[in-house]
Design a binder for this molecule. Sequence first.
Ligand SMILES: Cc1cc2nc3c(=O)[nH]c(=O)nc-3n(C[C@H](O)[C@H](O)[C@H](O)COP(=O)(O)OP(=O)(O)OC[C@H]3O[C@@H](n4cnc5c(N)ncnc54)[C@H](O)[C@@H]3O)c2cc1C
Length: 296
Amino acid sequence: MQITVVGGGIVGCAAAWRLAQGGARVTVRDRGRIGGEASWAGAGMLAPGGEFGEDSRWGRLGVESLGMYPAFVAELEAASGLRIDFRVCRRVATQRRMGIRVEAMGSGRWWYPDEAVVNPRDVVAALRVAGQRLGVEFEEGVEVSTWEGDAVVWATGAWAPGGFPVKGHLIRYHLAPGSLPRIIRRGHFYVLQRATGETIAGADMEQVGFDRSLRAAAVEEIRAAVEAMVPELRGVPVEEAWNGFRPGSATGEPVVGRRGDSREWDAYGHFRNGILLAPVTARLLCDEILPSLGKG
Ligand SMILES: Cc1cc2nc3c(=O)[nH]c(=O)nc-3n(C[C@H](O)[C@H](O)[C@H](O)COP(=O)(O)OP(=O)(O)OC[C@H]3O[C@@H](n4cnc5c(N)ncnc54)[C@H](O)[C@@H]3O)c2cc1C
């Protein structure tokens, strides 16, 4: 059974690893670098409490995927031999959302105790090695429009037909490691810290097509917003700024599933939550693809 995964972001790489575990021969083809687009740019907040406003299928899947993360990371570290910067860091809840565990912290305030942060670049690097150890082939610099084999997964992110890019900038400071143990968030602006002390802040949202230019006003807007939330950042230099393209979809929700009764599956449209949703998306794809090809 030969499966082609088009798109080597976190969604395609997670699917490839799980499909290979299920016994498939998998090739991942990316027209750029593996993990070189949104999955490189993303901050890595695993925070469904701040992302899904109502009780929806993808809201529930977001909570489920968050619950999958500790075991996913542990399994991936063991399978790849690589470390993944992952940390559960409960966050103050501004409101109670359905389906998400909250804990009282006194004075009428609440925590989301399960929310976490992960470095998505670590995850993709580990998925690549873990996949290779199971025989997954990764090809870079290969634009795919047609495919061969038993099945294909189109995990082409913002480039999916029917999808569109929503550009966002992030900026990076450096603080003492451990100085920011939680995600600090107000609206769409947030700050989180990696184990190294790299402190990542974002993010704006713009629909300007695939324009990769760095917009100084966006960087300034993020800087002002997060320095108002975290006074310790004032006067600390911004060491790096970058942007990426969140994969939008017409419905505002991920599109994950089979195209009719064809042997083609879509997996795109994860928008602001593709890092969070990668484990559950890989499971959904495996649950459909492997039985349909006589595995699983
Ligand atoms: C600024 C910013 C902050 C974010 N923060 C978070 C966050 O905190 N938490 C979270 O969960 N998510 C976050 N996200 C969203 C998350 O990064 C994305 O949802 C996720 O990375 C999407 O993964 P993907 O694999 O679908 O897409 P991508 O990583 O973009 O991968 C798609 C790949 O497909 C390839 N491709 C496209 N067309 C073709 C083709 N025809 N042939 C071959 N290859 C092709 C591309 O080269 C690309 O590598 C953020 C995104 C941005 C931009």
